[in-house]
Structure formats: C-alpha cells, structure tokens
Design a protein around this ligand. Structure first.
Ligand code: FAD
Length: 344
C-alpha cells in the first residue's frame, strides 16, 4: 500500500505560476503538495531560459529567469510546501468516499486533497525536432534544444532556427558572446515581442546578426558529432551553406497535456478553459492557472499567471472549507500567517 500524502491543495506544475500559487495558498492558510515532472522547480524559466533577463515583472526592472525562480522559492518557503519532483501527474479521480481528489504519479506517489490547482504550462516538456537526416547524432554536442549556459557558446558560430520568442531572445542574448549568430526563419517576419523583433532587426542591419530569411533548414554537414555547416534552402529549393559549430532549433515545445487530457477536464487547443473570475475548470474543486488556462483575452505571461494564482487560491479555499468565507487580509497588515500544521 502506497503512503497517501494528504494536504489541502495539490499543485500540478512547479513553474513560476505554480510556485507563486504556493505563496497565495499559504496566505489563505492552505497547505499544499507540489508535483512536477522536471527534476528542478521553475518550469520554462529553468528549463528553457534560466540566463535570459525578464523585463516585465512588476517592480523588477530586470531579473534573470533563474533568479526569479529562486525568489519565488524563497517567497514560498515560509509555507513549507512538499515537492514531489521528477514525477509526472498521471491520474486524477475522486476518493471512494467522494470527499477529495486523488492524484497518482508515474512513480506511484499518491496525493489526496479537496482542491487541485493545475499549473501545467504547455504540459510535460519535449522539443519539436526538425526533420533533418542524422540530427540525433549531433544532439548534445552540436545541436541543442535549450541553452543552459550562454558561456558555453562563447566564440562559436551559431545558427538559430525559428521565428518565435525563443529564437529571437537567444539571438539577441548570444550576439554578445558568439563569434557569429545566424538566424534562419522561413518567413521575413518574426513572431515575437515587438521590442525584441525591433532589436533583432537593428542588429541585423548593423551586421552583428545575420538574418537568413526566408530559408528553411535543409541538412547538416559534419563528421556525425561535430557540425561543420548547416545547409538551408529557400522556398524554390536553392540551397546555401552556413558554416557553423552549433545549431539551436527553436520550434517550440510539443504542447501535449498528455495524461491531463484524460481526466475528464475540458481541453481546447491544448489549454483548459476556465471561469476567469475563479479559474475554476469544469470539475468541482479543480482550478487551472498560468499558460495552461484559457479565457477570452488571456495573455500567456508570468504576470497574468500570478494574478490567476491569487484568484484560484481564494476560490480553492471554499472547496477546502465549504460554506466558510476567507477573511481576506493584505500581506502588510499582520505579516505572513503562520505555516499551517504539517501534514503527512
Ligand atoms: P510552465 O513554466 O510551463 O511550467 C509548467 C510546469 O508544469 C513545468 O515545469 C512542467 O514540467 C509541469 N508539468 C506539466 N504537466 C505535468 C504533469 N502531467 N505532471 C507533472 N508536471 C507537469 N513570460 C513573461 O512574462 N516575460 C518574459 O520575458 C518571457 N520570456 C519568455 C522567453 C522564452 C524563451 C519563453 C519560451 C517563454 C517566455 N515567457 C515570458 C513565457 C513564460 O515563460 C510563461 O508564461 C511561464 O513559464 C508560464 O508559467 P507556468 O507556471 O504557467 O508554466
């Protein structure tokens, strides 16, 4: 018999939004257990861009994504959350007496709580691989789907493929350290934050970054581990050879919610529709927040996820204590509430 970990709320996903939810739940004196398939907390911030600065967190003019995660962990710490990392949330059902939700992970951990907050982002991670012959043999030496250390690319010739936020942000960031940065995109227009696109274009005009558009990846040349060149083709099939040491394909994450789609929760286009007033899903006591949640006008930003975490924490209180109202206090009136008593 597996031990059952009981708490007030189960949080699925330890990305920035899941981490801030721990704090908001703590303020409402709700204790939580947190599950994430990754080995470290921080979601996309940790896995995709730990060294990238973020400029749109209120009152933080500039913060590295990795540092933001450290601060969120520090903010959550007084409420002593229990983390179950490296485990995928696999199944969710009601308990036999129908008083709580029971979540089981792929490692066999069993968690029970009256409320569940799903902060699963784009789902369990996996990069979209470009269909290039032999690419696997270069992965880990010359081809990378995420950059964990910018310094490792110092003085390298880097080809970045893609036209979204990751491609544009990394091109800007690496233009300071790499010997050459070439950005391959199949359209002339980039689909990223307008300010970043403007900076990219300015660096393109000054020659600091080479914009190779409209081109697509066509092939790789090298000894099977060390890359010598990336071959690209234009829309008519004419090819060009870009001498390079490193290829960074940024074609997004496979946004597969995986097991979550099988829980009876309504899922539309890889997101969970919620009531924007409470972040409630179609299942009672189950809330969705952050990138995974959708409603009209939704912005997929850390900032909006923080606000949703606050709303969901308040709504979850009523699932944990039916009929009782949470007497709301600002964080400044009395300091932080005491951490709730430990649970199993
Ligand atoms: P995520 O960060 O995606 O975290 C979700 C977590 O849930 C993951 O850790 C995942 O492993 C886990 N998970 C999913 N399914 C399961 C499961 N079944 N079991 C267990 N765990 C599961 N936003 C900004 O506001 N400002 C920026 O400057 C900015 N820059 C960005 C730059 C790049 C390159 C990228 C890719 C994104 C950027 N974003 C930015 C977007 C921002 O990162 C996201 O909005 C944010 O990460 C969403 O947080 P989240 O907690 O909802 O989800």
């Amino acid at each position: 018999e597996a031990t059952v970990h009981r708490s007030d709320v189960i949080v699925i996903g330890a990305g920035p939004v899941g981490l801030f939810a721990i704090f908001q739940l703590g303020m409402a004196r709700l204790r939580c257990h947190v599950v994430d398939v990754l080995d470290a907390p921080g979601g996309q911030c940790t896995a995709l861009y730990p060294e990238k600065p973020i400029f749109d967190i209120p009152a933080c003019p500039r913060v590295l994504a990795g540092d933001l995660v450290d601060r969120l962990l520090e903010q959550a710490k007084p409420f002593a959350p229990t983390f179950h990392l490296g485990q995928r949330a696999e199944s969710l059902c009601r308990t036999e007496n129908d008083t709580a939700w029971r979540l089981t992970t792929d490692a066999g951990t069993v968690l029970e709580a009256p409320a569940v907050l799903i902060a699963a982002g784009a789902g369990a991670f996996g990069p979209n691989r470009p269909p290039l012959a032999g690419i696997e043999t270069y992965e880990g030496t010359s081809v990378f789907y995420m950059v964990s250390r910018r310094e490792a690319l110092r003085d390298k010739r880097v080809v970045i493929a893609g036209g979204g936020d990751s491609a544009v942000d990394w091109a800007l960031s690496l233009s300071d350290v790499a010997e050459r940065v070439m950005v391959v995109h199949r359209r002339a227009k980039f689909r990223a934050a307008p300010d970043s696109v403007a900076r990219l274009q300015a660096l393109g005009e000054s020659g600091r970054i080479e914009l190779v558009t409209p081109y697509q990846l066509h092939g790789l040349e090298g000894d099977g581990q060390r890359l010598e060149a990336v071959v690209v083709a234009d829309l008519d099939g004419a090819t060009r050879r870009l001498e390079a040491d490193i290829l960074l394909p940024f074609f997004g994450l496979a946004n597969d919610l995986g097991p979550i789609s099988a829980w009876g929760i309504e899922v539309k286009r890889h997101q969970i529709p919620v009531d924007p007033a409470t972040c409630a899903t179609n299942l009672p006591g189950v809330f969705a927040i952050g990138d995974v949640a959708s409603y009209p006008g939704k912005l997929k930003l850390i900032l909006t996820g923080f606000s949703e975490a606050a709303m969901a924490a308040h709504a979850a209180y009523e699932s944990v204590y039916p009929g009782e109202t949470l007497h709301f206090e600002h964080s400044t009136t009395t300091g932080l509430p005491d951490a709730p008593a430990p649970t199993a």
